[in-house]
Design a binder for this molecule. Structure first.
Ligand code: 3MF
Ligand code: MG
Length: 344
């Protein structure tokens, strides 16, 4: 399989049991070691981690115990020919984060969030990655009057500064999402994430992760969100997937809902040499109906769709496109793209 210089990653949560808010799991859990075998089988080279994917129950462990377990995980990765892409602190499940993590109204909860994130940095170091992803899941409101948006923004900045200071080699990629689990999130779009990063103490070490479904949920174009971040050299990771309109976060296979949008995401990534700066992360979930023994096809499909779209982008007749642009014949350009997507 020609990969055109791209490296692919996903997280262990992308092989999951199919539970949703209305029903229990429909597939048995696969243990982590078993999931690791899927990576090579499907052509992936890197693992995305939540801190507790790498070190389970880390809240109950001391920093040296955490480091030791993370080292064991690194060994396991290298035994499987894999590397870690990033570590993300899971700041949305512990009772301390019910009212938010870095922006909680409770100072003890805020302290917990910072301590937990420092542990995630330690894990990243042991896993030999300099990248932390911050999905600010519970930083926002259900009840607008319960929080102060100015103060919350400053608290987020302080937390980021604390982490940058804690590890001078750390890079942070903020993953914006407009809602879910919160009604309204404080960092809903690429613009918000980048603005926060530019204000940080070490702005060169703060970038972003663009997730397709999150951009669609914000009513924005994922390819333009990618382009905006790449214009500043700030796109350090992606969660490519798909999303059918404004509903719950679906994490559908890449390109399966809106192939033209997927094409344009690949186009902007490829034209700007994304393979040189980041990995292609696929944050996709099998739909609930998929039988357990064949529940990794969403990963296969997403990776192959990406590669097929790279081929489509590189096959475009640039001269012809420039002619059509000069003639302002965008209808013909439309037809050219549709034909490319339909296989002529
Ligand atoms: C939520 C997400 C998350 C994040 C992950 C890493 C479970 O909508 O997309 O995936 O991507 O926590 O930051
Ligand atoms: Mg994601």
């Amino acid at each position: 399989m020609e990969k055109y210089g791209y490296r692919f990653s996903f997280g262990p949560w992308n092989i999951h049991e199919g539970a949703d808010p209305f029903g229990p799991p429909v597939r048995p859990p696969r243990d982590f070691d078993d999931k690791l075998t899927v990576y090579e089988e499907l052509g992936f080279e890197a693992v995305q981690f939540h801190d507790d994917d790498a070190v389970p129950d880390l809240d109950d462990l001391s920093p040296p115990q955490i480091r030791e377990q993370a080292r064991a995980m690194r060994q396991k990765l290298s035994d499987n020919g894999l590397v870690a892409e990033f570590v993300a602190p899971r700041l949305w499940e512990h009772p301390m984060t019910i009212d938010g993590a870095f922006t909680s109204n409770d100072p003890q909860a805020r302290a917990y969030a910072v301590e937990r994130s420092k542990k995630a940095v330690d894990i990243a170091n042991e896993l030999d990655t300099d990248l932390m992803v911050l999905w600010l899941a519970r930083e926002g409101t259900y009840m607008r009057e319960a929080k102060d948006a100015v103060r919350a923004t400053q608290q987020l900045l302080e937390a980021i500064n604390t982490l940058l200071e804690y590890d001078p080699g750390l890079r942070i990629a903020i993953e914006p999402k407009p809602n879910e689990p919160m009604d309204m999130a404080y960092i809903p779009t690429m613009g918000h994430a980048l603005a926060l990063g530019f204000q940080a103490k070490a702005p060169d070490r703060v970038g972003v992760l663009m997730e397709t479904a999150h951009s669609v949920l914000a009513g924005l174009d994922p390819a333009d969100e990618i382009g905006f971040a790449m214009a500043f050299g700030k796109l350090w990771s992606v969660h490519l997937n798909d999303q059918s309109g404004l509903k719950f976060d679906q994490d559908r296979s890449f390109g399966s809902v809106n192939l033209r949008s997927a094409f344009n995401q690949v186009r902007v990534l490829d034209e700007n040499r994304y393979w040189e700066v980041g990995m292609v992360g696929l944050d996709v979930k099998a739909i609930r109906t998929q039988p357990a023994e064949i529940a990794t096809k969403h990963l296969r499909n997403s990776l192959h769709t990406f590669l097929r779209l790279v081929e489509a982008v590189r096959s475009l007749d640039r001269e012809k496109i420039n002619e059509l642009i000069s003639a302002r014949d965008y209808e013909e350009l439309d037809w050219l793209i549709l034909n490319t997507l339909m296989g002529k």
